[in-house]
Design a protein around this ligand. Structure first.
Ligand code: PMV
Length: 363
C-alpha cells in the first residue's frame, strides 16, 4: 500500500483580521492524517463504496491526478478531529495528493516536469481540463512528489469542496509544515514562498524559521461545538459595517501578529504568549468568542504563557502556549474541553511508503 501523511494546523495569530488583509500565522501540529491507497476491483474508502458527494476532496483530486486510472481502495486514518478548525480536510487533501502522485509517478521530458502543478508554472489547477502530457521518462515513488504541488492541489480541492472560497493558509501549512504566514503583501522580513490567486483574491504565502525551545508546548482545547466559519466571518463583517471605526481593532490585530512573529523568530516565548492573549482580547471584543471557549481559556490561563481561541471561533478550539502541558491539559479537561498536546511547527507532508511505485502508468 502506498502511504502518505500530513499534519493538521492551528492559527497562532491573525484569524479574522486576515480577511481584511492583515497577516495570519499558522503552525503545523503533531497530529496527522494518513492516506493509504492500493488498486482494487472497485472504488472504496475505508472498505465502503466510494460516494463522490461524501468525499468531495478525494473526488476533486481523483479528477486532477487519477482521471483514467484504475479503481483504488483508499484508507484514511488520523488523529485530527474533523470540523474543528485544525485543518483535517487540508491535511487529508495534502496526504491524498502525495499518495496519488507517488502511486502514478510524474512524466518528465529532458529531466524537467512534463506534467503537474507548481507556483512556477501556469496555475490552471483551479480550472481544468487537465491534460496528461506523456514524457520521455517517468519519475516514480517519493521522488515524484512535490510539496508545493501538494499545497496547490489541496488549495484547489478545498475551494471546490467549499463552494469556491478557501484561503491557502491550511493547504500551505499542512503541506510545508513548520510555520506559515499569509498576508496581502510580501513581508520583507519573512521567507516569501509564492503568491496564490483564487477568484480575484490574492495572497502572499511565507514561511518563517522558528526558534522554539524544547520545553514549550501547545495544548489545543476543543469545545466540541461546531460553528461554521462563514457565520463567524459574517458576524465580524456586520460589526465593521455598523461601526467602520472598529477597523482599528482589525489593524491592531495585525500589529499584534507582527509582534508575535518577531517573538517567534527570536525564541521569546513569553512575548509570543503575551501576543496570543492580547490577540484573544480583540477577537473577544469582535464577538467571535463564546462562553464555552472563555471557560477553557480561563482554566488554561494560570499555567500558560498565553491563551486564545484559534480559527473562526463561536465554538471550535482554543490554544494555550505552555511549559506545563500536563497541568494545562488537565485544567482544560476539568473545564469540559477535549485536549491535544503538540509541539509548535511540526514537519509537513511525508511519504511513508512508496514500495512498488508506480502502481499505474498512463498509456
Ligand atoms: O477555523 P479555520 O481554520 O477555518 O479558520 C478560519 C480563519 C478565518 O480568518 C476566520 C477565516 C478565513 O477565511 O481566513
Amino acid at each position: 500500500m502506498v502511504q502518505a501523511s500530513a499534519p493538521g494546523k492551528c492559527i497562532l495569530f491573525g484569524e479574522h483580521a486576515v480577511v481584511y488583509g492583515q497577516p495570519a500565522v499558522a503552525v503545523a501540529i503533531d497530529q496527522r492524517m494518513n492516506v493509504g491507497i492500493e488498486t482494487s476491483e472497485e472504488w472504496r474508502i475505508d472498505g465502503m463504496r466510494f460516494h463522490p458527494e461524501r468525499h468531495p476532496h478525494v473526488e476533486a483530486l481523483k479528477q486532477r491526478l487519477w482521471e483514467d486510472g484504475p479503481p483504488l481502495s483508499i484508507k484514511i486514518f488520523g488523529e485530527i478531529p474533523p470540523a474543528s478548525g485544525l485543518g483535517s480536510s487540508a491535511a487529508l487533501s495534502v496526504a491524498a495528493s502525495a499518495a496519488l502522485r507517488c502511486a502514478r509517478g510524474r512524466q518528465l521530458i529532458d529531466d524537467d516536469w512534463a506534467e503537474g502543478w507548481t507556483a512556477a508554472r501556469p496555475n490552471n489547477v483551479y480550472e481544468g481540463p487537465w491534460e496528461f502530457v506523456m514524457g520521455d521518462s517517468l519519475e516514480v515513488g517519493a521522488k515524484a512528489v512535490d510539496v508545493d504541488e501538494c499545497a496547490i492541489l489541496s488549495h484547489a480541492v478545498e475551494a471546490v469542496a467549499q463552494g469556491g472560497k478557501a484561503s491557502p493558509l491550511d493547504s500551505s501549512t499542512c503541506s510545508h509544515g513548520g510555520c506559515i504566514v499569509l498576508s496581502d503583501k510580501v513581508e520583507s522580513d519573512l521567507n516569501w514562498l509564492y503568491s496564490r490567486n483564487l477568484n480575484d483574491v490574492s495572497w502572499e504565502v511565507h514561511s518563517i524559521d522558528l526558534n522554539i525551545p524544547d520545553d514549550v508546548w501547545l495544548v489545543v482545547g476543543s469545545t466540541g461545538i461546531h460553528a461554521p466559519t462563514s457565520q463567524q466571518v459574517a458576524k465580524v463583517a456586520s460589526v465593521l459595517e455598523e461601526n467602520p471605526d472598529r477597523m482599528r481593532e482589525i489593524e491592531t490585530i495585525g500589529i499584534i501578529s507582527r509582534r508575535g512573529i518577531d517573538a517567534l523568530m527570536k525564541g521569546d516565548m513569553e512575548g509570543v504568549g503575551r501576543a496570543m492573549s492580547e490577540n484573544h482580547l480583540l477577537l473577544r471584543s469582535l464577538g467571535v468568542s463564546c462562553s464555552e471557549l472563555e471557560a477553557l481559556i480561563t482554566a488554561a490561563a494560570p499555567s500558560s504563557l498565553g491563551v486564545k481561541l484559534t480559527g473562526a471561533g463561536g465554538g471550535g478550539c482554543m490554544i494555550a502556549l505552555t511549559r506545563n502541558p500536563k497541568e494545562t491539559s488537565e485544567a482544560i479537561e476539568l473545564a469540559g474541553g477535549r485536549t491535544l498536546i503538540s509541539r509548535l511547527a511540526s514537519p509537513g507532508m511525508r511519504v511513508d511508503n512508496d514500495e512498488n511505485c508506480p502502481i499505474w502508468e498512463p498509456k
